[in-house]
Design a protein around this ligand. Sequence first.
Ligand SMILES: [Zn+2]
Length: 456
Amino acid sequence: MTLKARVLQLWESQSESIAQVGLIGDDTGAIKFVSWSKAELPLIEEGRSYEFENVVTDSWQGRFSIKLNRTSKIMELEEDIEVRGQEVETVGALINVQDGSGLIKRCNECNRMLVKGVCAIHGKVEGIYDLRIKAVIDDGISAQDVLLPREITEQITGITLDEAKSLAAESLDPSIITSKIKEMLLGRYYSVRGPRVGRYILVEEINPTKPDLGEIKQMLEQAEAIHDGFKTPAAVDSTAASGEAPQVGDDNGSNGPSVRQLFRREVARRVFAQEFRESDLAYREGDDQYAPRYLLTPTGAKCNRGLLVGTLTEKDDISTESEYWRARIADPTGTFVVYTGQYQPEVTQALASINPPEFVSIVGKPNTYETDDGDIITSIRPESLSIVDTDTRDQWVLEASRQTIDRLSGMQDGDAECARAVEHYATDMGYYKQMVIDALHSMERTAVKTINLSKA
Ligand SMILES: [Zn+2]
């Protein structure tokens, strides 16, 4: 097989048998390549384009790669091979730092990550240190896995590989690096760009984003334009009332979930405190105990997870035995109640050390609890909590406003979730419309204050 491709990345080869290893791409995608030392091929360079003649495709655990061997030929091309079609840019909140992030060791032979000093193929090896971040960027609509290689990790954290190694050695614990990464990045907004490789964006560029307060005016106009009343929604599917939500957006309609759905990460919804506290419709989608649980809000946000940013106004250790904290987080519309205890040790520790008031960003699961009087109390069980700045808070308010406006506008079309929400809550659109308008006005005042301060 012959292909023309551009070299996207070269990774350090840790094995004498491999001359070069990395990623090449064309306008259809990117693929890993391995050039064997014994093939004695000319070395290729990042950013240049080549014709690769007589290469062999190979797959390992479902991932494809190409191998360059003795019969292969490499010729540099005059023209640049376009890979832009596969370049992806996404903007959102970094809501999860996954296992395998931080200071890791790779196999000297094959570059795979070692688990407890052991390579899946080569067994116990000494290993080479590397630094990387596997994370999720979530914009409230979709979640994207991203992979930050060493240079990008160093750049965004300000911690070099050497510094990470000494920090880990000093504290006798490599996980200190992961903790620092989480503290710095979680719950903040970034734009990332890079080629898509499998389910990841391989990040070549990452930048913190700023709130665009200029959007407020346009969003206010859009909010004002929402009709207060709603058309009678389409008849609700009878399965919906029995606790099984209609499957929206399934790509294989009938017979069980697709692979994509099985590994789909639940998006973190953006819902204002006022709407969240008025939500009490919780259900499982499916019968077994692992089926995802959702809280459906009055404007039809289907939440298995949420991102909220606001002011931590108070916290109390309300338990008599092990630590159990209750905290209140205020946004422009009201207050979220958050509970955390021994099962979320990182969050509990973080909360215990914060002195309110402070802006915090929380990713968490909605939780409902029925009181003896039959009232449903809605709270958040956090997965992560971090201190953030005004910019992050402002971006969240804008995003929550935008997504609430979109949901309200969509309600008039009456999709299944909306129909269900309307049936359960008899949603008063004018009321939630006013909530968004008030939130946006509060941001306008913040914006004016900021401008005045900068003039002073
Ligand atoms: Zn190995």
